[in-house]
Write a protein of this length. Structure first.
Lengths: 116, 110
């Protein structure tokens, strides 16, 4: 029973390029969350998605960042025209259900993005 | 400001000693969760305590919750080198958004 899968584990981009981060939730999970962690800090919520729907994107920067969770395939976090400040670890989590306050989120290993 | 503030920010103890980490939060909660993160890795869920619970145990972990003081503590007894990690408390806001504190970096010295 595989856990949350993220790829790539490490991603290096030059300023101005695009970064695509992928997340496959655990089997049977239809809710996905993306978090960003800067060095020496805690995780900060970015976006919460269900299949084909964005439920809460209150933590997403207004520009250059987008996320999707299509009917088929993994969830994608896309960062256009990356800047050095985007360098961070990006974690995906999934849960079986949403809207229930005691529902556990399971985290993937993260993608470490480095912008040169 | 960030919900869930842990203290201390860093803690270094000898193997076999007990480690206590504290967390404070600002808004009302339904539950509070503790996670562990080993260096360069993802988060591992340790324990969830509901707002109507005062104490919960899981192996060598003991979590307390004081909703009147809006605080929680995580106690690791008989620490081991493998317990070296960062520990985060988290609360849920809105429809499942986890809000994390800055974390406590725990180092267990052999």
């Amino acid at each position: 029973n595989a856990g949350v899968m993220q790829n790539p584990r490490h991603l290096v981009r030059r300023r101005g390029q695009e970064a695509r981060l992928r997340c496959s939730p655990m089997k049977g999970h239809s809710h996905v969350y993306w978090y960003r962690q800067l060095p020496e800090e805690g995780l900060k919520f970015m976006v919460y998605l269900q299949k084909e729907n964005i439920i809460d994107e209150s933590g997403m920067p207004k520009e250059r960042f987008s996320a999707e969770f299509p009917k088929e395939g993994p969830s994608i976090l896309r960062i256009q025209q990356v800047v050095r400040g985007d360098s961070a670890a990006y974690f995906c989590a999934s849960s079986r259900q949403g809207g229930r306050r005691n529902n556990e989120q399971f985290f993937g290993p993260g993608t470490r993005l480095t912008v040169l | 400001s960030q919900q869930g503030e842990e203290d201390p920010q860093a803690l270094s103890i000898q193997e076999g000693e007990n480690a206590t980490m504290n967390c404070s939060y600002k808004t009302s909660i339904n539950n509070l969760q503790w996670y562990r993160q080993n260096s360069g890795r993802g988060l591992v869920h340790l324990i969830l305590i509901r707002s109507n619970e005062r104490e919960k145990h899981s192996g060598r972990l003991r979590v307390t919750l004081d909703t009147s003081k809006k605080s929680s503590s995580l106690l690791i007894t008989a620490s081991r080198a493998a317990d070296t990690a960062s520990y985060f408390c988290a609360t849920i806001q809105g429809a499942q958004k986890l809000v994390f504190g800055q974390g406590t970096r725990l180092t267990i010295n052999p």
